[in-house]
Design a protein around this ligand. Structure first.
Ligand SMILES: Nc1ncnc2c1ncn2[C@@H]1O[C@H](COP(=O)(O)OP(=O)(O)OP(=O)(O)O)[C@@H](O)[C@H]1O
Length: 269
């Protein structure tokens, strides 16, 4: 099952991605969490201790690896392989925490004149590998947008979860992402309301984007704020945040069970 999480900056994407990853792992699923947002700290949201998280380097920053795998020389415009081997990278460069393997992807700008650098090639190829060839539950924490998903890989995303907070600006971003996602062939698009204070917030979000299925809500909570401060996962707190995340995971699983996955490699167990 491949799940991409996006939404406007600061709405709670990373918090949700971390808790969902932990929720699937708690079910005994093999989970790969991909940090594809340079601003995010998915490691901390997963509860990875800071010193362990510091060991992670974004794949997009591994120049030597990119050179080695693509065979690229030093010179500008030199030729290099466009289909490098990447299947070992999650195990080699990811870290494991409570059943979740975390990989930091980073982003790569395309070169000025539209040229594609070796690092970009590695990231694109790895993304394709994770979406098309891996058997895990893959949870991707993305920037506000879906630039990581090209036409070729977007079709393999089983669910795009757009996180919104109760406000016009995050809903506006959600509508834009929804339109774009439909254009590139993502079939299952869902909404999660985050930082919810009361019933009025729930009603606002429920009414704002009717064609998109709502998976549930994460309450605005002191528990989540304190977990972020202390570098812990709110999933470990055992409070409301955990139960809300488990509920969202169950609804998502049952919704996807109904519509069928976009791409199935094999059994997950
Ligand atoms: N439900 C919540 N209750 C209280 N605080 C929250 C909640 N969700 C997120 N936060 C806090 O809001 C801030 C942003 O959350 P988070 O990093 O998850 O959002 P994001 O959408 O991934 O942000 P970015 O776009 O910057 O990566 C963090 O300080 C986080 O602890």
């Amino acid at each position: 099952m491949k799940i991409a999480i996006t939404g406007k900056g600061g709405v709670g994407k990373t918090t949700l991605a971390g808790m969902l990853a932990r929720a699937f792992a708690a079910d005994g699923r093999r989970v790969l969490a991909i940090d594809a947002d340079p601003d995010a700290n998915l490691a901390s949201a997963l509860g990875v201790p800071a010193e362990e998280g510091a060991r992670l380097t974004p794949i997009s920053k591994m120049k030597e690896l990119a050179k080695e795998r693509t065979g690229a020389g030093d010179g500008q415009g030199s030729l290099f392989r466009l289909n490098p081997t990447v299947s070992d990278l999650p195990e080699r460069y990811g870290i494991e925490h409570k059943g979740v393997r975390l990989l930091q992807m980073g982003t790569v700008e395309q070169g000025g004149s539209g040229c594609v650098c070796p690092e970009h090639t590695i990231v694109k190829r790895l993304m394709k590998h994770l979406l098309l060839e891996r058997d895990d539950v893959v949870i991707m924490d993305m920037e506000a947008g879906i630039e990581h998903l090209g036409r070729g890989t977007a079709e393999s995303v089983d669910a795009l979860v757009i996180v919104v907070e109760p406000g016009q600006r995050s809903m506006q971003t959600a509508r834009q992402i929804n339109a774009l996602a439909g254009d590139i062939g993502i079939k299952n698009i869902f909404l999660v309301g985050s930082k919810i204070r009361d019933d009025a917030d729930c009603r606002f979000i429920s009414a704002a984007m009717p064609p998109v299925s709502l998976l549930g809500f994460i309450s605005l909570s002191e528990e989540i704020r304190a977990a972020d401060r202390d570098g812990e996962s709110p999933f470990d707190g055992g409070g409301k945040a955990r139960s809300e995340a488990l509920k969202i995971k169950d609804i998502l699983t049952s919704q996807l069970g109904r519509s069928g996955p976009a791409h199935e490699v094999g059994s997950n167990r």
